[in-house]
Design a protein around this ligand. Structure first.
Ligand code: C2E
Ligand code: CA
Ligand code: CA
Ligand code: CA
Length: 273
């Protein structure tokens, strides 16, 4: 009876009360999800373009809800950011990703998405240290992906945290570069190891997006940063990316996100490209 609202909304226009009710239900469920072990991490490979080797995986959060099914991250992460739950969820993600990465063959890195809110929570450095120690994972094998939202205010404290993480030996990537308010000055101001160029610029939909990709890759390279092209889906896109100053590639072409148990098999398969 509790979720009758879902069926009802197909018959009637969902009113404000329905939407609020649905949101409240989702929030209640989200608060319980950690304890009920409904979260899982999937991993998407990324390749080094010089060697065509899979050198790491990005951890992507999945919520398996018994009634809602698989809830995509973009459907619940904004809510978890609004109510602060993302900090606890993010700690679980860091812990789990480090533990799982420690079982992978080779020196592969694990990239973990860090919400701006975690960044501002003051506990990030301690959380990262604890996750690495518990998994006995060398810091160089952890990469933190941050978005420009983390950089908007408190510049000094953000730079301090970034520097402390880098001193620890963790790598820092600027995620989704080019999508929000990111400005080229960020690349000079903040000590990133890598820029991930959003897939909207990789798809090659327009001459403009190609020009932006080229400019960002050029500037990042001259600042000594690695450059990942995100969302590469076709062989044509990959061929084009190889002509740019990108160092890494990630996308459906080279591998979809997969369950942790699939990684061993995936790595013994012949080269995807
Ligand atoms: P993101 O960090 O930009 O992650 C890449 C997203 O693009 C993933 O979606 C991935 O499945 C998708 N993707 C990868 N390759 C391709 C491709 O070739 N084509 C297309 N169309 N899509 C591709 P996903 O897993 O749904 O995650 C969405 C977003 O949710 C992520 O975007 C990230 O912002 C957020 N997210 C995921 N996991 C976490 C997490 O643990 N913590 C936080 N704070 N955010 C997370
Ligand atoms: Ca990411
Ligand atoms: Ca991204
Ligand atoms: Ca994105």
């Amino acid at each position: 009876a509790k979720r009758a609202g879902r069926g009802r909304s197909r018959l009637f226009q969902p009113g404000m009360d329905t939407l609020l009710h649905e949101r409240r239900e989702m929030e209640i469920d989200l608060r319980r999800a950690l304890a009920l072990k409904q979260f899982e991490l999937h991993y998407q490979p990324f390749l080094d373009l010089a060697s065509d080797e899979v050198i790491g995986f990005e951890a992507l959060l999945r919520w398996r809800h018994p009634v809602r099914g698989n809830v995509p991250p973009l459907a619940f992460i904004p809510l978890a950011e609004e109510n602060g739950l993302i900090v606890k969820i993010g700690e679980w993600v860091l812990r789990t990703a480090c533990l799982q990465a420690a079982t992978w063959p080779g020196e592969r890195t694990v990239a973990v998405n860090v919400s701006p809110l975690q960044f501002k929570a003051d506990t990030l450095l301690e959380t990262v240290k604890a996750a690495l120690e518990r998994a006995n994972l060398p810091p160089r094998r952890l990469e933190l992906e941050i978005t420009e939202g983390a950089l908007l205010d408190n510049t000094d404290s953000v730079i301090r945290t970034l520097n402390a993480l880098r001193d620890l030996g963790v790598m820092i990537s600027m995620d989704d570069f080019g999508t929000g308010y990111s400005s080229l000055s960020y690349l000079q101001k903040f000590p990133f190891n890598k820029i991930k160029i959003d897939r909207s610029f990789v798809a090659g939909a327009s001459a403009d997006s190609e020009a932006i990709l080229r400019a960002v890759a050029g500037l990042g390279t001259s600042l000594g940063m690695a450059i990942t092209a995100e969302g590469v889906e076709t062989a044509e896109q990959l061929a084009r990316i190889r002509g740019e100053r990108c160092t890494h590639v990630q996308g459906y072409l080279t591998g979809r996100p997969m369950a942790a148990e699939q990684i061993g098999d995936f790595l013994t398969r012949p080269d995807p490209v």
